[in-house]
Design a protein around this ligand. Structure first.
Ligand code: PNS
Length: 163
């Protein structure tokens, strides 16, 4: 009898910062993967609010689960996922507006790493509107983000914006 291969999911993103929506997706990924690696992109398109080290530290505080690994990656996601031995790349789909970009990215990643499937997960209903950019904006102007992020993230946002 052969032992079934372990299913390793890579969940990539900017996580600037991690939100309750990301946390929800990590939980969902764990339901079908043996191991989950949260992969934090070093080079994000825009200047991030949090440094790479801060983003990683906040994920570790928000997730606190030994079966979830947090790693940073530079360069192509497809290369990182292949090197890590991933079988799936997990991405969240919140709204139709996410679809085109996500679809392009999934096709490109399949082109670059044919053995790895992208799996789209739908977040909890009350988290569908949530994004890191909205959280940053609300926090920047002193709005309440306590329902949207882990307390450690809320504190880090307050410190960033001197509130
Ligand atoms: O949280 P985000 O900003 O939507 O995450 C986007 C991310 C980091 C997953 C994407 O930009 C990415 O994979 N960047 C790494 C570089 C890469 O592989 N680009 C080609 C993607 S097809």
């Amino acid at each position: 009898m052969t032992t079934p291969a372990l299913r390793l999911a890579v969940y990539p993103g900017s996580f600037d910062p991690i939100t309750r929506g990301h946390e929800d997706l990590i939980r969902r990924a764990k339901s079908f993967a043996d191991r989950v690696i949260v992969a934090v992109a070093v080079n994000v398109a825009k200047q991030p609010l949090f440094t790479l080290e801060e983003r990683v530290a906040l994920i570790l505080q928000a997730v606190e689960d030994p079966s979830v690994e947090v790693r940073s990656f530079d360069g192509l996601l497809a290369d990182f996922a292949r090197m890590a031995g991933a079988t799936v790349i997990v991405r969240g789909l919140r709204a139709v507006s996410d679809f085109e970009y996500e679809f392009q990215m999934a096709l490109m990643n399949r082109n670059l790493a044919p053995g790895i499937e992208t799996v789209f997960l739908v977040p909890a209903f009350d988290l569908t509107y949530l994004s890191s950019s909205l959280v940053r904006e609300v926090a920047r102007f002193g709005g309440d983000v306590s329902q949207l992020v882990h307390p450690a993230v809320q504190k880090a946002l307050r410190q960033k914006f001197g509130k």
